[in-house]
Structures are given as C-alpha cells and as structure tokens.
Design a protein around this ligand. Structure first.
Ligand code: LMG
Ligand code: NDP
Ligand code: PMR
Length: 386
C-alpha cells in the first residue's frame, strides 16, 4: 500500500517538476510529505480502519436484520449549503435517506432556517460553522469535524461569492482578494486537509467534488461574454493577491469582480484535475467537477444590479435555454455525489436539456496541466501548507 502510494507520487512529482519548470517556478517538495496522515492525526482519530479481506461484511456496508448487506449511510460535507445549489443538493441527498449531510456554512442560523423550511428532517443533517474567507475558520472547521468522530465519504466544494459590481477589491481575513480567496483558496485548504480524512473512510465510492462553471470556459459562448477568464502568468496570485505590493487579480491586471469570479472557477476546475493526478491512484477517491446549468435565481447574483436580476432568469429561460431550477440543479449535483454510474475521476460533468449527464470538454486554459500544477504550488504556499 505504502509502496504503491510512493510510486504514484514520484510519477506525478516528475510530471509536475517538468511542467512547473516551464514557468521557472521553484518547486517545493513538501507536498510529498503532507499527503499522509501525521502520527498525531493518526492517534487522534484512533487506528486506521483496515479492510481485511476476510471480514464478513464488505467495507462500507452493514448487514441488515434480514441478512442482506446494505450500504451504510454516507457522510457528505457540502460547503455553502444555506442557499441555492448547495441547499437543493443537501435536500435531495437528505431525502434519499442514504446520506447524512454536514451543511458547512458561514451563517449558522440562516442554514438552520433554510434546512427547516426546505423540509429536511433533523436526523439527516448537521449544520457546522465554516467561513471560507478565513483560513483559521477552515482549520477550526476541520478540527471540529474530526472531533465529531464521523467518517468523511464525500466533500462538495460548492460555496462561492460573485461581486460583479464592486469597484474596488475587498479581502479575506488573510488579505487575499475575496472572490479567489473564498472560492478557490478557502476550498483548496479545506480539501487538502480533508482528503486525509477521506482516505480513512471505508465507504466504497469516495468523492471530492468541486463546482465549476461554463463562464470560466472560453470554449463556449457564455465563456466569451466579457470579461473573460484568464489566469495569465499568475503573477498576481504568486504575489499574494493583496492589492498592496501585488495586484488583486491572478493575472496581475486591474481589479474586475466578474473576472475574479470567473478566474476563481478556472482555479476550481484546475484544482479538481490536479487532485486527480496527485491522489486518485493512491486513494481511489473520485475527483470531479461540474457545470450544473444556469441557476439564474440563486443568491449568487445578489450583488448584481436589480435590472440584471430581473432580466437574467427570462433571458436564460427563453433565449439561451440554459436555465435550470434550483431543484433540478440540486438533483444533478446529488447525482455526482451518489450515482453509481458517475464514478469516473478527473471529469467535468454537464447535462443536456433532458437532464442526461455527459462528460464535457474544458477550455484550453481550464485543462492546462502546467497551469494546474502552478496554481497548486502557489496555492499551497498561500494557504500555509508549503
Ligand atoms: C459585464 O457586462 C459587466 O461589465 C461586469 O460588471 C459583469 O457584470 C459582467 O459577466 C458579468 O458583465 C457584460 C455585458 C457584456 O453584458 C450585458 O450587460 C448584457 C446583460 C445581459 C442580461 C440579460 C439580459 C439580456 C436581454 C436580452 C433580451 C431578453 C428577453 C427576455 C426577457 C427580458 C427582456 C430583455 O455584454 C457585451 O459586451 C455584449 C457582447 C457580448 C457578446 C458575447 C458573445 C461573444 C461571442 C463570441 C463568440 C466566440 C465563439 C466562441 C466559440 C463557441 C464555440 C461553441
Ligand atoms: P448562492 O449564493 O445561492 O450560494 C452560495 C453559497 O455560498 C451560500 O450558501 C453562501 O452563504 C455561501 N458562501 C459564500 N461565501 C462563503 C464563505 N465565505 N464561507 C462559507 N460559505 C460561503 O449561489 P449558487 O447556489 O448559485 O452557487 C453555488 C455554486 O454554484 C457556486 O460555486 C457557483 O459558482 C456555482 N454555479 C452557479 C451557477 C448559477 O447559475 N447560479 C452556474 C454555475 C456554477 P450565505 O448563504 O451565508 O450567503
Ligand atoms: Mg451568460 C449561450 C448561452 C449562455 C449560457 C448558458 C450562459 C450562462 N450565458 C449565456 C449567454 C450569454 N450570457 C450572452 C449571449 C450574454 C450577453 C448578453 C450573457 C451575459 C451574461 C452576464 C452579464 N451572462 C452572465 C452574466 C453574469 O453576470 C453571469 C456571470 O457571468 O456570472 C459569473 C452570467 C452567466 N451566464 C451563464 C451563467 C451560468 C452565468 C452565471 C453563473 C456562473 O458562472 O456561475
């Protein structure tokens, strides 16, 4: 097992070294160490579950009273489950009876109310506090989750902010531009930490899902509406996105809230693929991203001008036909969490109008291996993991 992991690592390290050296970026080797649970973590959680071949019940299952083996209830963490896509997904999974949903939200009361009013029953969910715009909060969340003693089977990185009308950048608690800091860096730290917990789960289909978007993909019409996503040479990201001695934008340009959001979605999609390359073989975890459709009515557009919020839903419904309801989008994401046929790793899922899923093509930038590697390396430094 350990040998297998080491060899898959060294293969990826070679690829990454080659790719990253294209940028002349200094390659840190620390990621070679941190992917294994530390002794401290190991002791905190108790012994790792061993999956002996001789056990009567296969991993992740339990025998029911009639002797049939059923899958145990899975535990899924969904960030930003207090509204929109996250809430609809939480509801869909909770209603299936197969999942306990951890709603990881920055506004505890709002999340509790949302869960109640959408009819979720208490035994199917837990609200836990998580503010992705603070690394301290992310680390605290991970600590709290570990203390709860639950296994982690699926993580859904869903939360996001979109600030299309902001004239000036705003910042996270750690001083990074808010959209990329929350949507990408907060999730990057969360996922990097929790992947260790997922490794320990005995659930048969473990998944790490990161919500992407069509608007970050310039191989589509929607991705060509200005301002377009573009990470450039990432000088702003490397400089810390602080707006002081570096730009607040990844590419080093002037602040543009809509572009910052789209850039953050490119990072999300690159991160999913980089996770796949670094961890899939070793852990068996499925890494996936998706475009759930245009959910034109969610809180994502709360900062947009009222005229936009009025016209956007009918525009998407009747003109682009890209519109999807919150309910339907929740079912789509729930499928990526739980459907036995969607286990392929490294994939970006989309749906056609009949709600049939298909593996979609990412833009050139959003599938660029060297950019993915560089985003990973820089992000590790920014979140304090390297
Ligand atoms: C920017 O403006 C803002 O400046 C920025 O702050 C931020 O908000 C950003 O993306 C968010 O947008 C975008 C601006 C650019 O778009 C608009 O302002 C249009 C608003 C649209 C809102 C919907 C209302 C539409 C009304 C239509 C009628 C609706 C009727 C239904 C009922 C309501 C009645 C109105 O817009 C432009 O600059 C216009 C040009 C956009 C062209 C984009 C297409 C480019 C295509 C290029 C093709 C390239 C080929 C790609 C290959 C594809 C291969 C498949
Ligand atoms: P919503 O605004 O309804 O949901 C976003 C969620 O993220 C909210 O629960 C919000 O919490 C939470 N959130 C924001 N900031 C933080 C933070 N700092 N810490 C923790 N949680 C936070 O938007 P959507 O449901 O539309 O968006 C969900 C995902 O779907 C996003 O990743 C978005 O990029 C993606 N997406 C959306 C599309 C659409 O058309 N709507 C299309 C393609 C992708 P709170 O309730 O407290 O504000
Ligand atoms: Mg777009 C052709 C199809 C299409 C689709 C599927 C979307 C999705 N959009 C399309 C086309 C267009 N949009 C066209 C032709 C225009 C110019 C009129 C247009 C405009 C537009 C604006 C101003 N669209 C937008 C905005 C936003 O502010 C939204 C955005 O970029 O948020 C980042 C948006 C979106 N369009 C979409 C989707 C899914 C979004 C928002 C959600 C997201 O990416 O998360």
């Amino acid at each position: 097992m350990a040998l297998q992991a080491t060899s898959s690592f060294s293969v990826h390290r070679e690829v990454c070294l080659k790719e990253c050296s294209l940028f002349g970026a200094p390659l840190s080797s620390t990621h070679l160490k941190v992917n294994f649970p530390s002794r401290k973590e190991f002791n905190q959680r108790g012994a790792l579950k061993t999956q002996a071949v001789t056990t009567a019940t296969p991993a992740g299952t339990r025998a029911s009273t009639d002797g049939k083996k059923t899958l145990r209830k899975g535990t899924v963490i969904i960030t930003g489950a207090s509204s929109g896509l996250g809430l609809a997904t939480a509801k869909s999974l909770a209603e299936s009876g197969k999942w306990h949903v951890i709603m990881a939200c920055r506004d505890f009361l709002k999340a509790e109310r949302a869960a109640k009013s959408s009819g979720m029953s208490k035994e199917n969910y837990t609200v836990m506090h998580l503010d992705l715009s603070s690394f301290d909060s992310v680390r605290q969340f991970v600590g709290n989750f570990r203390q709860s003693g639950q296994p982690l089977d699926v993580l859904v990185c869903n939360a996001a902010v979109y600030l299309p009308t902001a004239k000036e950048p705003t910042y996270t608690a750690d001083g990074f531009e808010l959209s990329v800091g929350t949507n990408h860096l907060g999730h990057f730290l969360l996922a990097r930490l929790l992947v260790d917990d997922m490794k320990k789960s005995d659930y048969p289909s473990k998944r790490l899902i990161i919500v992407g978007s069509i608007t970050g993909n310039t191989n589509t019409l929607a991705g060509n509406v200005p301002p377009k996503a573009n990470l450039g040479d990432m000088r702003g990201l490397a400089g810390g996105l602080n707006g002081l001695n570096s730009s607040s934008m990844i590419d080093g340009g002037d602040f543009d809230g809509a572009k910052a959001y789209k850039d953050s979605k490119v990072c999300n999609m690159l991160m999913m693929q980089e996770f796949h390359r670094r961890f899939h073989e070793e852990t068996g975890i499925t890494f996936a991203s998706l475009y759930p459709g245009c959910i034109a009515t969610t809180g994502l557009f709360r900062e947009h001008i009222p005229l936009f919020r009025l016209l956007f839903p009918p525009f998407q419904k009747y003109i682009t036909k890209g519109y999807v309801s919150e309910d339907e989008s929740g079912k789509r994401l729930a499928q990526v969490v739980s459907d036995p046929s969607l286990t392929k790793s490294g994939v970006y899922w989309s749906w056609n109008n009949n709600s049939a899923s298909f593996e979609n093509q990412l833009s050139e930038e959003a599938s660029d291996v060297s950019k993915a590697c560089k985003v990973w390396e820089i992000s590790e430094k920014l979140v304090g993991l390297a």
